[in-house]
Design a protein around this ligand. Structure first.
Ligand code: SAM
Length: 211
C-alpha cells in the first residue's frame, strides 16, 4: 500500500499489471484510429503528452512522426512494454510511471494532450484529471479525447462497466467550459484494438482547443 494512495489505487495497479502481464499487446500495437485521423491538426515537432498511455501504441506512433513525446501510465508492466516497443521501432519517448493523481501538471507545457480511453476515473478524480490536462496545455493547444458513451454498457465490447465513468458530449462540455470544440461527436463504430477493444462500440470523439 502506498502511504498516500487514494482508495482503490493499489487494486487498480494490481489489476492493470495483471492484464498487461499477458503475452502480446492488450490494445494492439497499432495507434488508435481516431488519433491517426486527428493527428493532421498537430503542428510539426509538437510537444505532446500521452496520458495513461498503456503499452505505448499511441506514443510510439506519434514519436515516429517526429513529435516530442512524453507519456506516463500507472502500470510499470505497461511502461516496460511501451519502452520495448519504442526500442523495437527505433523511436524516442520520455516514459514515466505515474498515476494521474500524482502527475505534476505543469502549466502551459504541451501543444497537445492525448487522452485515449482513460476512463478509469470516477467523477471526483476525473474532475481533477481534466483540470490538470487543461492546465498543462499551452494556449492554442489541443486536447484529443476518445472514450466510450453510456450506450457501450449494452455492447460490452470494452471499457469500464460503471456508468459514471463514461462520457457524453454534455459531460465533456461541463468538464471543459472554456474549450473551443473542433470535434465533439458521439457515434457507433466497430473497433479492433488488440483483444480488449473489439466489436461494435459506442464512442465519443472530442478535440478541444484551449483559447
Ligand atoms: C484502457 S487502457 C488505455 C491505454 C492507452 N491509452 C491506449 O489507448 O492504448 C487504460 C490505461 O489507464 C491506465 N491507468 C489506470 N488507472 C490509472 C491512473 N490512475 N493513472 C494513470 N494511468 C492509469 C492503465 O494502466 C491503462 O494503461
Amino acid at each position: 500500500m502506498h502511504a498516500s494512495s487514494p482508495p482503490g489505487f493499489d487494486d487498480a495497479l494490481q489489476r492493470w499489471n495483471e492484464r498487461f502481464s499477458q503475452p502480446g499487446y492488450l490494445f494492439g500495437r497499432e495507434p488508435n484510429a481516431f488519433l491517426v485521423q486527428q493527428s493532421a491538426r498537430l503542428v510539426p515537432r509538437a510537444r505532446l503528452l500521452c496520458v495513461a498511455d498503456g503499452e505505448g501504441r499511441n506514443s510510439t506512433w506519434l514519436a515516429a512522426r517526429g513529435h516530442e513525446v512524453t507519456a506516463f501510465d500507472l502500470s510499470p508492466v505497461a511502461v516496460n512494454k511501451a519502452q520495448a516497443l519504442a526500442a523495437e521501432l527505433g523511436v524516442s519517448v520520455e516514459y514515466q510511471i505515474s498515476g494521474t493523481d500524482t502527475w505534476a501538471w505543469s502549466a502551459a507545457q504541451y501543444d497537445a494532450v492525448v487522452a485515449i480511453f482513460i476512463q478509469f476515473a470516477a467523477p471526483a478524480q476525473r474532475a481533477a484529471l481534466f483540470a490538470g490536462m487543461w492546465q498543462t496545455l499551452k494556449p492554442g493547444g489541443l486536447l484529443l479525447i476518445q472514450g466510450y458513451t453510456p450506450k457501450q454498457l449494452q455492447y460490452r465490447t470494452g471499457g469500464p462497466q460503471q456508468l459514471d465513468h463514461l462520457y457524453t458530449a454534455e459531460l465533456l462540455r461541463e468538464l471543459l467550459p472554456e474549450a473551443h470544440w473542433l470535434e465533439l461527436r458521439e457515434h457507433d463504430a466497430v473497433l479492433g484494438e488488440g483483444s480488449a477493444h473489439r466489436g461494435p462500440s459506442a464512442l465519443i470523439d472530442a478535440v478541444a482547443r484551449k483559447p
